[in-house]
Design a protein around this ligand. Structure first.
Ligand SMILES: C[S@@+](CC[C@H](N)C(=O)[O-])C[C@H]1O[C@@H](n2cnc3c(N)ncnc32)[C@H](O)[C@@H]1O
Length: 281
């Protein structure tokens, strides 16, 4: 199901091309364990009704669908028509009649509650891309039942992204990526503002957990930030935000670091937030 005017909606800053699709898939598998742990602590179980907010092509949606089972419901909302189509194709291929994807621009449209309010909302790496996080939190608030929970994974300190000790090129990439998100109306280190908006929307904060991880070149986790750099450097150069020489320097630094098995990199720091909704009766 999708909105009639959906084709007019813009795609998001990182694009919806195959490389970004593959990156989101890899990203989800590398974070799966931590994500499932958060869902469990938030009380998402068989029979739960969950909305995946800004679901991308639906990697988390499908995991949620397995957890809640056919007595539950998973609704994926997403601005990209292409991603929503992928969610619905996947759901069909897997016989998941309790899953549906919907084209929704969360800045301008409500979350469709289909046949009732949700028990839980999952929202990862979406608040950082929207121009007004207050609007997004408000829509989540109105989509949840009283006592329903919202689980967020958003960045609280993106600057930890990079090698240790830091190197000039990769450090400048981190700042260039953050600048490009803010130039497009987003804000990378958005988790603190999410907390403030949750309080203002009558949520009770149940749990806060900062997550930063380290990786060496032979570890699978290394590839997550590495593939982001390889995909995003050309975009920053093509959009003229950065020069070709800069791009070459960053990629050469990454290649060089990868050849040394002792290299260490940290991930940007995510804040997991679990909050309970309180609705005025
Ligand atoms: C980094 S991706 C994360 C996707 C997914 N949550 C995940 O963790 O794999 C950000 C997603 O937010 C979506 N998005 C950005 N702005 C949106 C908006 N205004 N309404 C709905 N979705 C939006 C993008 O299209 C993209 O799929």
């Amino acid at each position: 199901m999708s909105q009639p005017n959906a084709s007019a909606k813009p795609d998001y800053v990182l694009g919806t091309h195959d490389a970004e699709h593959a990156r989101l898939g890899k990203q989800h598998s590398l974070w799966r364990e931590l994500v499932h742990d958060g869902w469990k602590r938030a009380g998402i179980v068989a029979g739960s009704r969950v909305v995946d907010v800004g679901a991308g092509p639906g990697f988390a949606t499908m995991d949620l669908a397995e957890i809640v089972g056919k007595n539950g419901r998973v609704v994926a909302v997403e601005i990209s028509r292409k991603f929503v189509q992928e969610v619905n194709d996947q759901a069909k291929a897997r016989g998941m009649v309790h899953v549906s994807g919907h084209v929704v621009d969360l800045m301008h449209e409500d979350i469709p509650t289909i046949d009732g309010l949700f028990d839980a909302a999952w929202c990862r790496w979406v608040c950082m891309f929207v121009p007004d996080v207050s609007v997004l939190v408000n829509r989540i608030h109105h989509s949840l039942r009283d006592g329903g929970v919202a689980v967020f994974h958003e960045y609280v300190q993106y600057e930890t992204f990079g090698l240790q000790p830091p190197t000039e090129g990769i450090l400048s990439f981190t700042h260039a990526a953050m600048k490009s998100f803010s130039d497009r109306g987003g804000e990378t280190n958005i988790a603190g503002r999410v907390l403030r908006e949750l309080r203002q929307h009558d949520f009770e904060i149940l749990s806060i957990k900062p997550i930063v991880r380290s990786a060496r070149p032979h570890e699978e986790l290394w590839q997550w930030p590495a593939s982001f750099i390889r995909i995003y450097v050309p975009r920053l150069v093509e959009s003229s935000q950065e020069s070709e020489a800069w791009g070459k320097k960053v990629l050469a630094e990454l290649d060089f670091a990868e050849q040394d098995p002792q290299s260490i990199r940290l991930t940007p720091t995510v804040l997991e937030i679990i909050a309970r909704n309180r609705r005025a009766c």
